[in-house]
Design a protein around this ligand. Structure first.
Ligand code: HEC
Length: 194
């Protein structure tokens, strides 16, 4: 086969192209690297995903330090805020009463433990704040969606939920106690509303 003169450049390009295909040098495109979440036996815990260096600040992190005690006064406004945030962010799994049977769970997500167990009733508020911040087991963290103040508000509201399911009559203020006693001793005017 003979090439015309004006065909030489393209013939040469084809030959060079074929030769280059044979080269398998590392390059920006082909280089030894870990895929996301790939196992890496040489690293601690065998994971290629590394923890950020202590003190690392993500560009969208709030620069306020995370307080390790209740930062605000625990009042009705804080509980209202906690209830609203809880219903938005937590109830899909933990359900509105904290028994752990939210809609997402009914559709197949692993069921969380009930908040009404002895262990979680006795857990400090800080535990819930930590779970929201860092996640827990299969529950992923909510630190990017729930600001620090709201974490405390939610934790306080969960404690209110726990009280709602586990309170002795003796803990009620006298006015409510006598109302309850009246209701249980024959004043049945409100029964129709139950
Ligand atoms: C997508 C579902 C889901 C959502 C939404 C969710 N959780 Fe969870 N949560 C779980 C599951 C599942 C567990 C159990 C995880 C495990 O044991 O592996 C859990 C566990 C917990 C625990 C118990 C930790 C312990 O000591 O046993 C707390 C407290 C908690 N979640 C709080 C929250 C709060 C507060 C929110 C809202 C900001 C929230 N969760 C939102 C699924 C969820």
């Amino acid at each position: 086969m003979r090439y015309r003169h004006d065909e030489w450049p393209s013939a040469l390009a084809i030959v060079i192209g074929v030769l280059l295909v044979g080269c398998d040098q590392p390059s920006m495109e082909r280089q030894p690297k870990y895929e996301t979440f790939e196992a890496a036996p040489g690293w601690p815990h065998g994971q290629s995903a590394r923890e950020p260096v202590p003190g690392t600040i993500a560009h969208d992190d709030t620069l306020k330090p995370i307080p390790d005690t209740q930062p605000q006064e625990l009042d009705a406004a804080l509980l209202d805020r906690g209830q609203q945030r809880y219903d938005i962010f937590c109830s899909p799994c933990h359900d509105r009463t904290g028994h752990g049977n939210g809609m997402v769970v009914q559709r197949g997500f692993p069921a969380p433990p009930t908040f009404h167990s002895e262990r979680l009733r006795n857990a400090p508020l800080q535990h819930v704040v930590d779970v929201i911040t860092n996640g827990f087991g299969v529950m992923y963290p909510y630190r990017d969606r729930v600001p620090v103040e709201d974490r405390w508000a939610i934790a306080a509201y969960i404690q209110a939920l726990q009280l709602s399911q586990h309170t002795s009559v003796d803990d009620l203020p006298p006015a409510q106690r006598s109302e309850l006693e009246r209701a249980s001793t024959g004043d049945t005017r409100r029964e129709g509303n139950q």
